[in-house]
Design a protein around this ligand. Structure first.
Ligand SMILES: [Zn+2]
Length: 81
Protein backbone atom coordinates (compact mmCIF):
# COMPACT_ATOMS: atom_id res chain seq x y z
CA UNK A 1 0.00 0.00 0.00
CA UNK A 2 1.36 3.36 -0.97
CA UNK A 3 0.06 6.07 1.33
CA UNK A 4 1.02 9.63 0.57
CA UNK A 5 1.53 11.89 3.53
CA UNK A 6 -1.37 13.88 4.90
CA UNK A 7 0.61 16.62 6.55
CA UNK A 8 -1.99 17.58 9.13
CA UNK A 9 -1.87 14.10 10.68
CA UNK A 10 1.87 14.35 11.30
CA UNK A 11 3.22 15.24 14.73
CA UNK A 12 6.44 17.24 15.03
CA UNK A 13 8.70 17.14 18.06
CA UNK A 14 12.11 18.43 19.05
CA UNK A 15 14.10 16.07 21.24
CA UNK A 16 17.84 16.01 22.00
CA UNK A 17 18.44 18.60 19.29
CA UNK A 18 16.80 16.47 16.64
CA UNK A 19 13.57 17.04 14.81
CA UNK A 20 11.20 14.09 14.81
CA UNK A 21 8.14 13.62 12.66
CA UNK A 22 5.69 10.94 13.72
CA UNK A 23 3.51 9.91 10.83
CA UNK A 24 1.03 7.15 10.02
CA UNK A 25 2.06 7.38 6.35
CA UNK A 26 4.38 4.91 4.64
CA UNK A 27 5.52 7.48 2.13
CA UNK A 28 6.36 11.00 3.20
CA UNK A 29 7.42 14.12 1.39
CA UNK A 30 10.03 16.43 2.87
CA UNK A 31 11.06 19.81 1.54
CA UNK A 32 12.66 21.04 4.75
CA UNK A 33 9.73 23.36 5.41
CA UNK A 34 10.18 25.49 2.30
CA UNK A 35 11.53 29.02 2.19
CA UNK A 36 15.19 29.74 2.91
CA UNK A 37 15.50 26.58 5.03
CA UNK A 38 13.94 24.38 2.38
CA UNK A 39 15.55 21.85 0.09
CA UNK A 40 14.56 19.92 -3.06
CA UNK A 41 11.53 17.73 -2.50
CA UNK A 42 12.55 14.34 -1.20
CA UNK A 43 10.19 11.39 -1.03
CA UNK A 44 10.95 8.96 1.76
CA UNK A 45 9.53 5.47 2.13
CA UNK A 46 8.92 4.10 5.60
CA UNK A 47 8.28 0.55 6.64
CA UNK A 48 5.60 -0.20 9.21
CA UNK A 49 7.24 0.41 12.56
CA UNK A 50 10.32 1.79 10.84
CA UNK A 51 12.18 5.05 10.64
CA UNK A 52 14.11 7.08 8.10
CA UNK A 53 16.19 10.25 8.09
CA UNK A 54 15.91 12.93 5.41
CA UNK A 55 19.25 13.11 3.65
CA UNK A 56 18.95 16.88 3.27
CA UNK A 57 17.70 18.19 6.60
CA UNK A 58 18.30 15.25 8.99
CA UNK A 59 14.68 15.25 10.08
CA UNK A 60 13.89 11.85 11.52
CA UNK A 61 10.63 10.28 10.41
CA UNK A 62 9.14 7.64 12.67
CA UNK A 63 6.26 5.52 11.55
CA UNK A 64 3.48 5.73 14.14
CA UNK A 65 4.07 2.13 15.23
CA UNK A 66 7.82 2.63 15.74
CA UNK A 67 8.88 1.62 19.29
CA UNK A 68 10.35 5.07 20.02
CA UNK A 69 7.12 6.95 19.35
CA UNK A 70 5.91 6.82 22.96
CA UNK A 71 9.22 8.23 24.24
CA UNK A 72 9.31 11.03 21.67
CA UNK A 73 5.72 12.02 22.51
CA UNK A 74 6.48 11.94 26.24
CA UNK A 75 9.86 13.70 26.24
CA UNK A 76 9.84 15.76 23.07
CA UNK A 77 8.72 19.35 22.69
CA UNK A 78 5.87 19.59 20.18
CA UNK A 79 6.04 22.34 17.60
CA UNK A 80 4.27 23.45 14.46
CA UNK A 81 6.66 23.50 11.51
ZN1 LIG B 1 14.14 17.19 4.69
Amino acid sequence: MDVVEMERTDEHFLLDGEEFVITPALRVRCDGGGGPLGHPVEYITLEKGGQAVCKYCDRRFLHSSHPEVARVRAEGRPFAP
